[in-house]
Design a protein around this ligand. Structure first.
Ligand SMILES: [Zn+2]
Length: 619
């Protein structure tokens, strides 16, 4: 799927706006003539601007996002990595599709020493090209304009194995040096030149030259290992499916490899990879994959998409884990523990992390967000899915509680007004916030609320259809909303958009009157009402949801009897957050709290009771 440039999108919007004004502002004839003049003018502007943008892409460095003039179709990476040496060598060969004629090709690199760039057009032979490497970018200067069409770039470079746990980095434990990678969101460019954005997915063929005594792993399974002079060997890995650069991964070092059997519908091999000498700490991790993966396959209706799954323990990784397809990286203390010191609590936390990372194989890797403003499509989904998968391990009465707790905690954070879930990204500095807790937890809370409102089966149909439609490509929030609306027949977009694009949440003040439930949205910014499903659980009635989209709403409720004005003992009890997943606080009117606590409490589900408790506590 393509990612149109920001400038193009803005230009198209302004054109539509001018035409709308022209059509509606005056009489039809005048509008028609204005329209013709405008359309001619706009055509001219577009032609000129296309020329401008082509010229811009040829000369000036992009500010952050790459121009959409070239698209990688395939990468070959050939790297020589000796963990005890801080510099590594690489040759990246990239097959490109040029969309237009251009004299400069822009891609990403950061901190690499580019030694040589060669270019080959279709049917031709490689010729050396000039290049520049300003911060974050590599500009390949062609001797003459090339494209549209296919060309190949071959880039020879040196990179540094840093000690900052970013890009390709190395760690020492005992006498051993270990090399690992951490690329999300924009640090693959520190290890090889690439189109380092999630919209540019392509297959990767990786081969590593390493010392014979080291073990080398990457996203794909090893297909061959050949001895080379000077105690080296060349390890070739199977070409991957199309992947974004940020989830490419490799590791080299003195590892122990623990066979963890097979998992999933396709019975793919699973391994736990540890620093040498720590294989005995991998017991619980070894047991987890087959169980967790099959639950996720059952939900998505799609077999695990890759050929193998390695879980690798990274020494002192400063964060929990990263979901690289086929090679998931974990902080060593999260994945491994000496049996004598292990606890059920750690094992459960580890399984939760593994469930999250494995969920990303569908949500994030099989379907990747087109741009980082939609990172919630990966993180919100993986968080929501992991909670579902881990719930299956609990007794019936404890299920769903962790989701209510997580919702309550993130609402407390959200109340501080920090940021919405969806945010544009225009610079490296802004990438620091791309994995904010709100992206994970408010994203997951959004999914849970919508799932309960539209019904779990219909929701699952929508999710499955979205995954199938965008498999091996990219997806957006708008496309997800469309797929959910088709599957459920419900207008989910206004609800989801509000949750993702607005900061905070409403307080809902409820009053039960005879035959109706009166809802007033309070603490709403600018007086703008939220569009929210309000689900209620009432005495002797099935749970029911109504979408409230105005500040003052009245919901007809059959059988509701208010009793009398201001009475403390209502005749009907009602809890206004059925399922416990509504992203709002309930403030109950006269007598409602007494009624639901006094007579309804035992009828509520455990998540509903907890949601009642947290709302009372939050006052
Ligand atoms: Zn994640």
């Amino acid at each position: 799927m393509t990612t149109p440039g920001v400038a193009d999108a803005r230009r198209d919007q302004s054109a539509e706006w001018i035409l709308l004004v022209a059509a509606e502002g005056r009489g039809f004839q005048l509008a028609a003539s204005i329209r013709i003049v405008l359309m001619v003018a706009l055509c001219f502007v577009r032609i000129v601007c296309n020329v401008c943008s082509a010229q811009t892409s040829q000369t000036e460095a992009p500010s952050f996002r790459l121009p959409d003039a070239a698209r990688p179709m395939h990468y070959s990476l050939d790297m020589t990595i000796i963990p005890s040496e801080p510099v590594f060598h690489g040759i990246a060969t990239i097959n490109l599709q040029l969309r237009q004629s251009t004299k400069t090709i822009w891609l990403n690199q950061k901190g690499l020493t580019i030694k040589q760039v060669r270019v080959k057009d279709e049917g031709g032979s490689y010729r050396t090209a000039q290049f520049e490497a300003p911060d974050e970018f590599l500009a390949v200067k062609l001797a003459k304009a090339m494209g549209p069409g296919k060309i190949d770039l071959e880039i020879g470079y040196d990179g540094t194995l840093n000690d900052k746990s970013v890009g390709a980095f190395r760690k020492k434990a005992g006498d051993g040096w270990f090399v690992y990678t951490s690329f999300t969101p924009i640090d693959a460019r520190r290890a090889f030149p690439c189109f380092d954005e999630p919209g540019y997915k392509a297959p990767w063929s990786v081969s590593l030259h390493v010392r014979k005594e080291d073990v080398a792993v990457a996203n794909g399974p090893e297909v061959s290992s050949t001895a080379e002079p000077n105690g080296m060997m060349r390890v070739v890995f199977k070409e991957t499916q199309p992947l974004a650069s940020e989830v490419v991964a490799f590791a080299v070092g003195p590892f122990d490899v623990v066979d963890a059997g097979v998992a999933g519908e396709k019975r793919i091999p699973v391994r736990i990879i540890t620093p040498r000498g720590r294989a005995s700490e991998a017991g619980p991790a070894k047991a987890a994959t087959a169980e967790l993966l099959s639950r996720e396959e059952a939900y998505t209706g799609i077999a695990y998409p890759w050929d193998k799954l390695d879980h690798i323990a990274v020494i002192d990784l400063p964060f929990g884990a990263t979901e690289n397809p086929g090679l998931i990286t974990y902080r060593d203390s999260g994945l491994l523990a000496p049996a004598a010191k292990d606890t059920p609590r750690r094992v459960r936390a580890m399984r939760g992390t593994m469930a999250h990372e494995m969920a990303h194989q569908w949500f994030g890797n099989l379907v990747t967000q087109a741009w980082w403003d939609d990172t919630w499509l990966a993180e919100g989904f993986a968080t929501w899915m992991a909670a579902k998968v881990m719930d299956a391990e609990l007794p019936e009465g404890e299920r769903g509680l962790s989701m209510v707790q997580a919702r309550d905690r993130i609402m407390a954070t959200d109340a501080k007004g920090k940021r919405p879930v969806r945010l544009e990204m225009h610079s490296r500095a802004e990438t620091e916030d791309v994995y904010d807790g709100l992206v994970y937890q408010k994203g997951a809370a959004t999914l849970k609320m919508v799932e309960d409102w539209v019904g779990a089966d219909a929701f699952q149909r929508g999710i499955r259809s979205d995954l199938r439609e965008h498999a091996m490509g990219n997806g957006t929030t708008a496309e997800l909303e469309r797929d959910l609306e088709q599957a459920t027949g419900m207008k989910v977009a206004p609800v989801i958009d509000g949750m993702l694009n607005r900061i905070g949440f409403p307080s809902m003040r409820f009053k039960l009157e005879t035959g109706k439930l009166v809802v007033d949205q309070e603490s709403v910014d600018g007086g703008k009402a939220w569009t929210m499903p309000v689900c209620f659980h009432m005495e002797d009635a099935p749970r029911k949801c109504e979408v409230v989209s105005i500040v003052h709403a009245e919901i007809p409720v059959q059988g509701a009897a208010a009793g009398g004005q201001g009475r403390r003992n209502l005749q009907t009890w009602i809890w206004t957050n059925a399922y416990g997943s509504g992203y709002y606080r309930s403030v109950l009117g006269d007598g409602m709290l007494d009624a639901v606590v006094g007579r309804g409490y035992l009828e509520l589900s455990e998540p509903e009771r907890l949601s009642l408790l947290v709302d009372v506590k939050s006052k």
